[in-house]
Design a protein. Structure first.
Length: 95
C-alpha cells in the first residue's frame, strides 16, 4: 500500500464519528497508528462508544482531503452504508 493510502486511512480515522459519541480504538491491521501497511486490502476495526452495545450499520469514507472526508466525500473509497453489527471491515478501494 502506498503512502497516500496510509494518509487516507489516517484521515479516515481522524474524522470518523458515531451517532451517539466518538468511536475509539480505531485500528488498521490490528495497529492503532500504523506507520506503514503491507496489505492492499487492510482490515479496519473500531470500538463502539461507552454505553453503546450494538450498531446497526456503518459507512467508511476514505480520502486524501480530510475536510472533504468530513463532508462525506472520499476520493479513495466509500463503503456505502453497510447494514452490519460487525466492527471490522476490509478496505476495498484503490491502493
Amino acid at each position: 500500500m502506498n503512502r497516500t493510502l496510509i494518509t487516507a486511512v489516517a484521515l479516515l480515522f481522524a474524522t470518523v464519528t458515531f451517532g451517539h459519541g466518538r468511536l475509539s480504538f480505531l485500528q488498521c491491521e490490528h495497529l492503532e497508528n500504523p506507520i506503514g501497511v503491507d496489505s492492499k486490502a487492510p482490515r479496519l476495526s473500531w470500538r463502539l462508544p461507552d454505553g453503546v452495545t450494538a450498531q446497526r450499520q456503518w459507512e467508511i469514507i476514505v480520502g486524501t482531503d480530510s475536510s472533504a472526508v468530513a463532508r462525506g466525500i472520499g476520493d479513495m473509497w466509500s463503503s456505502g452504508v453497510v447494514k452490519s453489527h460487525k466492527v471490522i471491515a476490509t478496505y476495498q478501494g484503490r491502493a
